[in-house]
Design a protein around this ligand. Structure first.
Ligand code: FAD
Length: 443
């Protein structure tokens, strides 16, 4: 039986904790988190801020009390300030300033990520808000409730920026969406796929400023203007959503890291020091599309990696199969899902790829409530291995992407999909469905 110390108790930490407590009773589990809540579902922030759900009450699925009731010792509002990996001890500071000294046999780091805040003039002004913690969402929500907040700039058109732009419009405020790339969601989708999302955003009142770089904020105490390389705009609030960096300071130069500072792990989630595991947004992850280690900050990856580390820390032997970075977004009724690499991302990684596209109604034309679905499959030009897929529609076609996720994970070729047995029923799809048609029309 081991003394396990778990630092960080959001999605990765909660998954690790539940696995240890449910599957390996008898271990001594101590959990430390500097926040006052755990398991906060950031994915619900925009839904709540935009009043698509009535309150934030359901945005937590666990608590310190729930983990304590299963036998863990939990210290909330307590920050781990240092780790001695040789002595296997950690030091933490509680809310009231006292110090805790903890020793461990096994350590799981689940310290997550922090929003990237650009160091540009005026970025320390009031009413400029990032959205990461539950408390950040609460502050954004409170600001949007003030009558003087009329125009809000969102910086970054990744999935969080796009979702918040929708929320701002739904709250009756003007949203200006700034993005250095020429489209929204540029990290996950090719331009031909995002065109309809960009149109949907524009049609619903989001003012799009793509291909525009933010240079500074203006204001006196609070933000009142934003300056880009193309213009100068009056605003009352700004939301920073340009991405996340791994929160890996506790690695302290002792653990190996990858390019962006994420803690390097192996398939068992073990770091360069045996018995020390890193999971979720603070750790590297293996991409089956790239066939290399990379960084993909998603709750789904956090949960799976937490489970893997927990089994291994308790004496089991489990390897992560790697990920595809499968993701989805639904904004103003327009849905997009993707897995693996876009053509753009594949080329950036130096891969020689081809694409095949197909668009068709989801169901036969005689069926009501029927929308066009766009599908793009990206595959390796030589091996023909499927490297990614993207789908977009007003239809809820989201489940279709899971098959492509498995295809990327298993190295399935585009040719294998040509005659794949796909059922047909008018209620759901077409006899000549878009997956078959896209695969058949692959070069
Ligand atoms: C607005 C928003 C929407 C999102 N939507 C989605 C979505 O729809 N789907 C999806 O898959 N992902 C989504 N994500 C991403 C997802 O939330 C993250 O990938 C996930 O939270 C990572 O979980 P984690 O446990 O690894 O890290 P984190 O959530 O960052 O948690 C890390 C924890 O560690 C604690 N901690 C850090 N340092 C210390 C320390 N020194 N001492 C003690 N405690 C410490 C922190 O307090 C925190 O509780 C979204 C994120 C945001 C912000």
């Amino acid at each position: 039986m081991a003394k396990i110390l778990l630092i960080g108790a959001n999605h990765a930490g909660t998954a690790a904790a539940n696995t240890i407590l449910d599957t390996y009773p008898g271990n001594e589990l101590t959990i430390i988190d500097r926040n006052d809540n755990i398991s906060s579902l950031g994915c619900g922030t925009a839904l709540w801020v935009g009043r698509q759900i009535p309150s934030s009450d359901g945005l937590f699925y666990s608590s310190a009390a729930a983990l304590e009731s299963k036998g863990a010792t939990v210290h909330m509002e307590t920050e781990v300030t240092g780790i001695d990996f040789d002595a296997k001890t950690a030091t933490a500071k509680t809310k009231n300033g006292s110090e805790l000294h903890l020793d461990f046999d096994k350590l799981i780091l689940a310290t997550g990520s922090a929003p990237i805040m650009p160091n540009i003039p005026g970025s320390d002004l009031g009413n400029i808000q990032s959205v990461k913690l539950f408390q950040d969402g609460k502050r954004a929500d409170e600001l949007l409730g003030k009558p003087e907040i009329k125009t809000v700039a969102v910086i970054g058109a990744g999935y969080i920026g796009v979702e918040l732009a929708e929320a701002i419009v739904r709250r009756g405020r003007k949203a200006l969406l700034f993005e250095a790339e020429s489209t929204s969601l540029a990290s996950y989708y090719d331009d031909c796929m995002t065109a309809d999302m960009d149109k949907t955003l524009g049609d619903n009142g989001v003012e799009l400023h793509f291909g525009e770089r933010v240079q500074s904020f203006k204001g006196d105490g609070v933000v009142s203007g934003i300056v880009t390389d193309k213009g100068d705009y009056q605003i009352d609030m700004a939301i920073m959503a340009i991405g996340f960096r791994p929160n890996a300071t506790l690695a302290g130069g002792k653990l190996k890291t990858i390019g962006n500072g994420a803690i390097a792990v192996n398939a068992r989630q073990e770091t360069s020091i045996p018995g020390v595991y890193a999971v979720g947004d603070c750790a590297s992850i293996y991409s089956n599309a790239l066939r290399d280690w990379t960084y993909i900050a998603l709750a789904t990856n956090a949960v799976r990696s937490g489970i893997v580390a927990a089994h291994n820390a308790c004496g089991g032997s489990i390897e992560s199969p790697g990920v595809q970075g499968s993701n989805g977004i639904s904004v103003f009724g327009y849905n997009m899902v993707s897995t693996g690499l876009s053509e753009k991302a594949a080329k950036k990684a130096g891969l020689d790829v081809l694409t095949t596209d197909f668009a068709a109604l989801q169901k036969p034309a005689f069926m009501p409530d029927n929308h066009e679905v766009k599908l793009r499959i990206v595959y390796d030009a030589k091996t023909r291995r499927v490297l990614g897929a993207q789908m977009a529609s007003r239809e809820n076609m989201s489940m279709g992407i899971h098959m492509f996720s498995l295809a990327v994970e298993d190295g399935v070729t585009i040719d294998r999909l040509k005659l794949l047995d796909i059922f047909f029923l008018p209620h759901f799809n077409q006899p000549y469905n878009y997956i078959t048609m896209a695969a058949l029309s692959a070069k």
